[in-house]
Write a protein that binds this ligand. Structure first.
Ligand code: C5P
Length: 396
């Protein structure tokens, strides 16, 4: 978001106080904020506090000759990368829907072709009213991005939809709206983390994958503008913000989820999927018995998700797999690339002495049709950035 400019219109509603926090958080991310307050907004927050937090002049009046001499309202509406209306009152949505321009804020929204995002905030009955719902449909079909509202307790004592989204959610929507990058408009699937294969309701077979590399890759692709579908097993590392998270437990669930998300432009299979599952996992907890009989587990092979994607009819233009090996890494990984039918393999040595599994750094070799390219040892985030750049070059 750094270096972007937002024209922030604050309209009159009790949620206007959240706009103050939003200004602070947006500016922390290097975004320039020019605030505009409607007359009603000034009943809820003062121009002085808005000005102090935004470190900017606050615009309030359509017919302010000083403002017009400095920067005309037309210019004001066009100089931003995004116009955000936070909160957007029912009245302001109605004006937007009908093209009313009777004050500075509504005139700015009408006089621009800059993208507009609104965060509605109003009483539940006002939100549910057919007039507001009609206006909502109109502004959405005009291309306006709408964040929220949420359902919850309201300042007026009622409960229901109409409560403005919280600042972190609005922030995320702003980030998405301001996003650009070579992967804008591309949808990329990333699998990540281990899978858990149940033995009984309380026990499972798993592996030591932390999900760190997969999460870093998803974040790097997001930063290049991609829409990321993040399918994750039970990982230690939390999923990154700004990606669509699909949580699964078993390999079979991961496969089903992946298939439901196809087609995509590219798939990166970074998950450490269990190769085997326990056949006939018990429905009840397996008990010790007095004779000391030991349970015997039998295994069945799990579906191979990477091979299924690579060889299926909805094959993405680019499929990237991982190969975690403990010996003869390049030979095994090269054979794996051919066997699975993927385009690239990112191979690494996960012998315990490397500290790669669960660690913060990685040393990988990228294998593609031209051969093997060893990358130096670097943090997992850097491996992710480099891989995402390469993906962008291949599919953008
Ligand atoms: O065959 P192997 O497990 O070593 O292959 C590793 C690669 O295959 C990784 O990209 C992993 O995500 C993927 N894989 C998969 N489904 C499996 C096993 C592995 O997608 N059942």
């Amino acid at each position: 978001m750094t270096g972007k400019r937002i024209l922030l219109i604050i309209t009159g509603g009790i949620a206007a106080f959240k706009a103050l926090d939003l200004i602070r958080r947006v500016r922390e991310r290097g975004v320039d904020v020019t605030p505009v307050l409607t007359k009603a907004a000034q009943q809820f927050v003062t121009p002085l506090s808005v000005s102090a937090l935004s470190a900017s002049k606050v615009y309030t009046d359509l017919f302010d000759l000083t403002d017009e001499a400095e920067m005309g309202h037309i210019e004001l509406s066009r100089s931003a990368d995004l116009i955000a209306v936070v909160p957007a009152s029912a009245d302001f949505m109605a004006k937007m829907a009908h093209g009313v321009a009777d004050d500075l804020a509504s005139t700015l929204v009408l006089a621009t072709d800059t993208p507009v995002l609104i965060a509605p905030s109003m009483n539940v009955r006002m939100w549910d009213h057919p007039a507001t719902q009609r206006n909502l449909q109109t502004v959405m079909s005009d291309g306006v991005t709408v964040v929220g509202p949420e359902e919850g307790p309201m300042a007026c004592g009622e409960f229901g939809p109409g409560r403005m989204s919280e600042v972190p959610d609005i922030l995320m929507a702003l980030e998405t709206a301001l996003m650009d990058g070579p992967l804008l408009g591309k949808r990329v699937l990333v699998t990540s983390g281990p899978t858990h294969e149940p033995i009984d309701p309380v026990r499972y077979i798993a592996n030591r994958s932390s999900g760190a590399q997969g999460a870093a890759i998803a974040a790097a692709l997001r930063d290049l503008g991609a829409t990321v579908e993040f399918v994750t097993g039970p990982a230690d590392v939390p999923p990154p913000a700004g990606v669509t998270v699909h949580k699964v437990e078993t390999a079979q669930q991961m496969l089903d989820q992946v298939q439901s998300l196809l087609p995509v432009d590219a798939a990166v299979c970074a998950a450490a999927v269990a190769d085997w599952r326990v056949t006939d996992a018990a429905d009840q907890k397996i008990k010790k018995n007095a004779k000391g009989d030991l349970p015997v587990l039998s295994f069945a092979e799990n579906p191979d998700i990477l091979a299924t994607i690579s060889q299926g009819k909805n094959r993405p233009a680019l499929v990237v797999g991982f190969a975690a090996e403990t010996d003869d890494v390049i030979a095994h990984a090269t054979a794996k690339r051919a066997r699975k039918g993927c385009d690239w393999i990112v191979a690494n040595d996960v012998s315990p002495e490397t500290g790669i599994m669960g660690g913060a750094r990685n040393q990988v070799t990228l294998i593609d049709e031209d051969g093997a390219e060893a990358w130096p040892d670097m943090p997992k985030a850097q491996v992710a950035t480099r891989l995402a750049d390469r993906i962008a070059k291949a599919i953008a």
